[in-house]
Ligand binder design. Structure first.
Ligand code: CP3
Length: 351
């Protein structure tokens, strides 16, 4: 893809100086936007939107047109890989994702196919190519995948879980099978991300939503290790493409995350920014970390919470502003404007 006109997001990821802190929002194209709800109501379910390149492209652009954001993120989902692996994904209203088939044995893992992203995930590449044209290189486009561990939790549990007893059961009863599943997913993830980069994304991010449910040792063995393999493969093929790792509740292993060779670490709101800066602030860019619930607060409170985060980065440590997790569906879009204006105004005052 062409070099974007607004490159402050890419510069921050490379720890280069920027004119102001770049910002984007996890789940920025989602149900809190009336424009998204309209498209969803007209065209049916979420998976249809993901698998129709024209719609995925249009939805990716919605928040870019509506808000002062510094990056677009492809409209898709981390569960498209297990869907392509044949598990039969559907989204049930109020309940979230469900798989028709679940993985619970060595035979299930051995039967998983190797994906060819050019055919099995062709709609992703097509959406990126459309965006290349439609974004007209205004802001960078982020590609993404789930971490192998996080995607495996959905494949083994069959749905979103609270206790994660099935995957933890597999971990303790037959760790060899779980490692085989994670290796398989690691290969599919690498190939899918390489295809996204070849199609034109400017940066990639791994979402490790459930790494934080593991103890430190198990996190390193079952989550971090496989993310490190993904980073190494991306960097070997495309050294200039920035890689962001987001492990929710991953504050314990910042040094190890930075040692993977990633460019940036996403932090949730429970991370202590002073500690994170002191631990890895001279090695990687930090992304985050406002509690999404702040956006339920008053305009004054939103502004003061934004300022509290930005005050940590006046010394030039590389930072991309984001929420600590996805934006909830019932946030008022005007509150997003207040947050974004507070970020922009903060820098205007400083300059
Ligand atoms: O950030 C973006 O705007 C890009 C698109 C994106 C979506 N999901 C769209 C989506 C991204 C990057 C994701 C990542 C994702 N998907 C994660 C990791 C990040 C996280 O949120 O923890 C996970 C765990 C998933 C799996 C998933 N997809 C769940 C559990 C759900 C249901 C929960 C919910 O919010 O309803 C989804 C659905 C989903 N993915 C929606 C969107 C816009 C809502 C779809 C709808 O109902 O219209």
């Amino acid at each position: 893809m062409n070099k974007p006109l607004n490159d402050r997001f890419l510069r921050a990821l490379q720890c280069q100086p920027v004119d102001r802190t770049p910002v984007w929002i996890m789940r920025q194209a989602g149900r809190y936007m009336p424009e998204y709800r309209d498209i969803r109501a007209k065209h049916g379910d979420f998976l249809t939107l993901c698998k129709t390149p024209e719609l995925a492209c249009e939805i990716t652009l919605l928040p870019i047109k509506r808000f002062k954001l510094d990056a677009a993120i492809l409209f898709s989902d981390i569960l498209m890989i297990p869907d392509a692996l044949g598990l039969g994904l559907k989204f049930v209203a109020e309940e979230g994702p469900k798989f028709h088939k679940v993985i619970n044995s060595a035979a299930d893992v051995a039967a998983l196919p190797e994906l060819d992203p050019e055919t099995d995930l062709a709609y992703v590449g097509k959406a990126i190519k459309l965006l290349q044209h439609e974004l007209a290189a205004k802001v960078p486009l982020i590609g993404f995948a789930g971490s192998p561990w996080t995607v495996a939790t959905y494949m083994v549990e069959g749905q979103t879980s609270k206790q994660f007893n099935k995957i933890k059961g597999l971990m303790y009863a037959d760790s060899t099978t779980l490692h085989k599943l994670l290796s398989h997913l690691t290969r599919q993830t690498i190939n899918a991300l390489l295809a996204q980069i070849a199609a034109g994304v400017h940066a990639v991010m791994l979402f490790d939503t459930w790494g934080g449910i593991l103890s430190e040792d198990l996190y390193k063995e079952f989550s971090l290790h496989y993310m490190a393999r993904v980073v190494a493969a991306i960097k070997a093929a495309y050294p200039q493409i920035p890689v962001i790792l987001f492990s929710k509740n991953g504050g314990k292993c910042l040094l190890e995350l930075a040692a993977t060779g990633c460019n940036a670490i996403g932090l949730d709101w429970t991370a202590n920014l002073s500690t994170a800066k002191a631990t890895v602030g001279n090695k990687v860019c930090l992304q985050g970390n406002m509690d999404p619930a702040v956006l339920y607060g008053s305009p004054e409170r939103i502004v003061s919470e934004v300022q509290k985060i930005l005050a940590h980065f006046t010394d030039g440590v590389a930072h991309v502003f984001n929420l600590g997790h996805g934006i909830p569906p019932d946030i008022k879009p005007e509150h997003v404007d207040i947050m974004l204006d507070a970020i922009i105004d903060y820098h205007t005052v400083k300059l």
